[in-house]
Design a protein around this ligand. Structure first.
Ligand code: SF4
Ligand code: SF4
Length: 389
């Protein structure tokens, strides 16, 4: 008995028996459009939330042993949380927790995840980021923009791995806007490490805890009262997962879209240029469904002169995932792009000229799909704001 209680799945054990296998989580309530990206791609019960809960129950009770196919079904969940919105029973808010606990369980059993997902932990240990980029170059852009050396400020900007190495234009637009608005900020310099989100999503919890200890201490040391993020993953991890792991973040965690909406309301962020375009907004799963942040990005877009915002059929809490999250893109790149393709097609049906999002990782996957399949390009909210001021 005591052995069972030590399993990561024991934390969600009471929910493992609650799924009625009614299938409501497979479609968006009211419009009956697909809800689960992995179920829709692989068309097997094991790739839908209900199948994964069934597998979790089997692993917990010792009746199921992990196989290669089973590991694939568990690790192709993008952790988009759409199922948590569509499920009608009281287990709904625990579905992603069950899937993440199941991944942690597989890590403990020494069978999951497989490469290249498994390599993410190695890369983060070596270079403090999942892209295996040199840690010494993490702050290169901020050094060039002359914002690296500022010692103390009320806001510390947590750039995040994707904005620091891959989508540098997002970090650049963010710091240029802050400078334009006269907002003082600092950085953690070399003490900024990956937030740990990719590790938490794939079940590598022990390393994520070590990283959380380091980042939380660095934030406290900075003396800031707010920690600003560009990325939906960093935002959710610092604000929700760190406290859940018992790590206190001494500063208020704020996403850049909330800060910009605040600056607009205070009349500190003013637009002087029109952008004549129709755009549609893609809600990042880890910003929207996981954190409830839907309004600020829309308020910003509506404040930009000339810009018209139109909504996709599946938006806000019903938004279709970009396909990249949950550690999926690193291993099942083709699947991630197919999910993004469907999102782009949905965006095209609105008549928009391009897609806007507020997560550099969503932007990357949607534009990778654009390069492969065509359709619409995606930009980040901060890039549009910079163009309009
Ligand atoms: S997870 Fe919820 S909606 Fe999905 S089959 Fe189970 S009870 Fe039904
Ligand atoms: S989190 Fe998303 S991908 Fe995972 S089971 Fe739920 S709906 Fe499917």
């Amino acid at each position: 008995m005591s052995e069972v209680m030590e399993m990561p799945l024991s934390e969600v054990a009471e929910w493992l028996h609650r799924c009625a296998r009614c299938g409501n989580c497979k479609t968006v309530y009211g419009i009956f459009k697909p809800s689960c990206p992995s179920g829709e791609e692989f068309k097997l019960e094991a790739f839908y939330p209900s199948g994964r809960i069934w597998i979790a129950r089997g692993i917990y009770t010792g009746k199921v042993r992990p196989s290669r196919q089973l590991i694939k079904s568990i690790y192709t969940c993008t952790t988009c949380a759409s199922c948590t919105v569509q499920c009608v029973l009281d287990l709904h808010e625990h579905i992603v927790d069950i899937i993440e606990a199941l991944r942690e369980e597989l890590v403990r059993m020494g069978v999951g995840p497989t490469d290249p997902q498994a390599r993410l932990a190695k890369y983060i240990k070596m270079e403090r980021n999942p892209y295996l980029e040199p840690h010494s170059k993490r702050m290169e852009l901020l050094r060039r923009l002359n914002v690296y050396e500022k010692r103390k400020a009320d806001i510390v900007y947590f750039v995040g791995c994707t904005a620091a190495y891959i989508r540098k234009e997002v970090a650049e637009a963010t710091v240029r806007i802050l400078k334009e608005c006269g907002v003082e900020f600092s950085t953690l310099k070399e003490d900024e490490w990956c937030c740990g989100s990719p590790l938490l999503r794939i079940g590598q919890v022990d390393l994520a805890k070590e990283i959380a200890d380091h980042n939380a201490a660095a934030i406290e040391e900075s003396g800031a009262i707010r920690v600003l993020t560009s990325c939906a993953g960093c935002y959710k991890t610092l604000k929700k997962d760190y406290p859940k792991m018992g790590r206190t973040v001494s500063a208020e965690v704020i996403h850049v879209t909330d800060l910009l909406a605040e600056l607009i309301a205070e009349d500190r962020l003013k637009f002087s240029r029109e952008i004549k375009a129709t755009v549609t907004y893609h809600d990042p799963c880890h910003l929207g469904r996981h954190m409830g942040l839907y309004e600020s990005p829309r308020q910003i877009l509506e404040a930009i002169p000339g810009l018209k915002l139109v909504e996709m059929e599946r938006n806000m809490e019903n938004a279709w995932c970009c396909g990249a999250g949950g550690g999926v893109k690193s291993t099942w790149g083709g699947f991630a792009l197919n999910v993004a393709k469907r999102r782009i097609e949905e965006a095209e049906r609105t008549g928009a000229n391009f897609i806007v999002t507020s997560c550099p990782f969503c932007k990357t996957n949607l534009n990778d799909a654009y390069e492969k399949f065509g359709g619409l390009r995606t930009v980040d909210v901060v890039e549009l704001v910079l163009k309009a001021i």
